[in-house]
Design a protein around this ligand. Structure first.
Ligand code: ZN
Length: 133
């Protein structure tokens, strides 16, 4: 099974971008029935998460909550000045695994897959590996 690469242009310092439909499109092309899908973000100030896709306020609140948990601090040493973005990336994580059943991502009714930007705007990448059975 092949490795896919998504290219994502982020437009804000922090945002969540729903990439569920892009991944579903890749699944259709692969034409497999059952397997797993691994989504990996090769960045240290971005992440990938699965969360609610019905109410966009949830995305707002996730970012707000992460800001409260990981505010910028004067004590940070990292000279690039984006340590809170590194903390958020580590906390959320850079990969997700989703089961594939009957050719579809096995997500809950209210779940979507989100690319998380914590230090944008930037040109970002996301790898998607689809494995059969
Ligand atoms: Zn940095």
């Amino acid at each position: 099974m092949s490795l896919h690469e998504l290219h994502i242009s982020t437009s804000s310092k922090e945002e969540l971008i729903d990439i569920t439909s892009q991944i579903s499109e890749l699944l259709k092309k692969e034409k497999l029935k059952d397997g797993i899908c691994i989504i990996h973000v090769p960045h240290t100030t971005a992440a990938v998460t699965i969360n609610e896709n019905a109410d966009p306020d949830v995305q707002h609140d996730l970012l707000l909550g992460l800001d409260k948990a990981f505010p910028d601090r004067n004590e940070f040493r990292h000279s690039e000045g984006n340590s809170s973005a590194h903390l958020k990336s580590s906390c959320i994580g850079c990969s997700q695994t989703v089961l594939i059943s009957d050719g579809k991502l096995l997500l809950g009714t209210w779940q979507g897959i989100y690319f998380c930007e914590f230090d944008g705007p930037r040109q970002r990448k996301c790898y998607v590996k689809i494995l059969e059975k």
